[in-house]
Write a protein that binds this ligand. Structure first.
Ligand SMILES: [Zn+2]
Length: 198
């Protein structure tokens, strides 16, 4: 193990739980799970308060039974953020800030420490979902490069099998038209991609 590798594995083990490194799959998953769990907590709290309000027939901590709609939205958010949905992670954050800002203005109360904590967790959810999408995009483009690398063509001059991306035959030095090679590689890459997504 080289010094660099040792440093990287040490970093992986001591991954930052407070501010997960979303450039790694583990970190992105952890950050997205923060967003998921805070939405689950939202479902539980909203559901509980709305039920209490329903039973006592008056608002409970300013929450009415109408909050069941919020609860349903929060459940959808939790499920979508669990699946690393980028737009839903943003909707979750905006929805929460909007709701708390409206509450603060309506009742003239500054946001509590818990609200700041929830905003932080929803923000981690955004980081996680966007980090995961970026990681998947990178790994997909790498995959298609590897696949294209295994693609071959037959040299029209010496009939040997050579790499599709080769500009020059390694057996007879036959030279290919760079534009045509690029086009052939691009076409094959698109074929591989369409197969991969099927
Ligand atoms: Zn050749």
């Amino acid at each position: 193990m080289s010094g660099n590798e040792a440093l990287q594995s040490a970093k992986g083990q001591n991954s930052n739980w407070f501010w997960p490194d979303v450039k790694t799959f583990e970190g992105a998953r952890l950050a997205a799970r923060y967003g998921f769990w805070v939405a689950v907590a939202g479902v539980a709290i909203t559901g509980l308060y709305a039920t209490i309000a329903l039973l006592r027939r008056s608002p409970f901590f300013n929450i009415t039974p109408l909050a069941y709609f919020d609860m349903i939205l929060l459940a959808v958010i939790a499920w979508r953020v669990y699946k690393f949905s980028q737009p839903w992670s943003v909707i979750a954050l905006i929805f929460y800030i909007f709701e708390k800002a409206a509450m603060a203005i309506k009742f003239g109360k500054p946001p509590s420490v818990l609200v700041v904590f929830f905003v932080f967790m929803y923000f981690q959810g955004v980081r996680g979902c966007f980090g995961m999408a970026e990681l998947i995009r990178i790994s997909k483009s790498k995959e298609s490069d590897i696949s294209v690398d295994t693609q071959t063509k037959r040299c029209p001059q010496c009939a040997e099998i050579i790499k599709l991306a080769a500009l020059k035959c390694r057996f007879c030095n036959y030279e290919f038209n760079p534009g045509e090679v690029e086009e052939a590689v691009g076409r094959r890459r698109a074929e591989i991609k369409s197969h991969a997504t099927m």
